[in-house]
Design a protein around this ligand. Structure first.
Ligand code: DAK
Length: 258
């Protein structure tokens, strides 16, 4: 891989977008590499959490690579969109929990990449924005869909129409990010959160992720039914037996993720 770095340690996969000279802008090669890494991580049952971050101290991802994008024709634009949409939805739907550690600019496709993750943790230096209309395009990596679902329609439209860049505090206030830390603390805290999540029944965490993601796209009645089915499914797992037995026996549960 030339544009990303993948580290796997103690059940945590860390993917670092590594094009710091272009502020980690996503070109098609980077998206392809990211797609391959996500597929491999998804299939590795020993990995429970994925952390995505950017190389250097300035950017998470400053968007799609404008130098590559500027000369695309309609067919190539469509191909790029398909590629990115697949990678981003693979992140959203992977069985593991995905956390974006947003260490700097998260603009356009970068903000959209962070929103494909389950949780966003930002450094105090992070900046978020959807500047696409400055370039004469609309957000195309699902920003028009994921942003309003996270922050509400009105705020999402304001951010997209004005292209205003917001800092981490404002992103926290509107519900775009879950936590904010000083830059030197960011990865420490993200790893702490990862370990906390990993100490739970990982199969149940995975099912809960599916319940939230899929349920949000259903009508309420169907979503309740779906939740009940998922809940029922938990009773077919060893983790449910162990979790409840451990509670009754007043000890820590020893989950196996099955
Ligand atoms: N692409 C390519 N290069 C970029 C880049 C980007 N998005 N962002 C920054 N760079 C490069 C700069 O050109 C510069 O390169 P050199 O001049 O050193 O060679 C280097 O990174 C450092 O950037 P600056 O010199 O500009 O650094 P500053 O601190 O002055 O400014 C900045 C930082 C983040 C405010 C500024 O770089 C900036 O405004 N960057 C562009 C942000 C942006 O507009 N991003 C693109 C959003 S549009 C699609 C679907 C979706 C999309 C595309 C296609 N399809 C459906 C096909 C997504 C689109 C977007 O993401």
């Amino acid at each position: 891989m030339e544009n990303i770095i993948v580290k796997i340690e103690e059940g945590i996969a860390e993917v670092i977008i590594n094009r710091p000279k272009s502020l980690n802008a996503l070109n098609s090669e980077t998206l392809k590499e990211l797609g391959i890494a996500i597929k491999q991580i998804s299939e590795n049952r020993d990995i429970k959490v994925l952390i995505i971050t950017g190389a250097g101290n300035k950017a998470f991802v400053a968007g799609a690579d404008i130098t590559e994008m500027k000369d695309l024709n309609a067919a190539q634009g469509r191909e790029l969109a398909r590629l990115a949409q697949k990678v981003f939805s693979d992140i959203e739907n992977m069985p593991q929990v995905a956390i974006a550690a947003v260490n700097g600019y998260a603009l356009g496709g970068g903000c959209e990449l962070s929103m494909a993750c389950d949780i966003r943790v930002a450094s105090t230096k992070a900046k978020f924005g959807q500047p696409e209309v400055n370039l004469g395009i609309t957000p195309g990596f699902a920003g028009t869909q994921r942003l309003p679902r996270l922050v509400g329609k009105g705020v999402a439209k304001e951010l997209i129409f004005t292209t205003d860049m917001i800092d981490a505090k404002e992103a926290y206030r509107i519900g775009l990010v879950n936590k904010i830390y000083e830059p030197e603390e960011l990865m420490i805290k993200v790893k702490e959160m990862s370990k906390k999540i990993m100490s739970k029944g990982s199969y149940a965490v995975s099912l809960a992720k599916a319940a939230v993601n899929n349920g949000m796209n259903m009508d309420t009645e169907s979503a309740y039914n779906y939740e009940a089915d998922i809940f029922g499914l938990c009773f077919a797992t060893e983790d449910q037996k162990e979790g409840m037995k451990a509670f009754v026996e007043k000890r820590q549960a020893n989950f196996k993720g099955c």
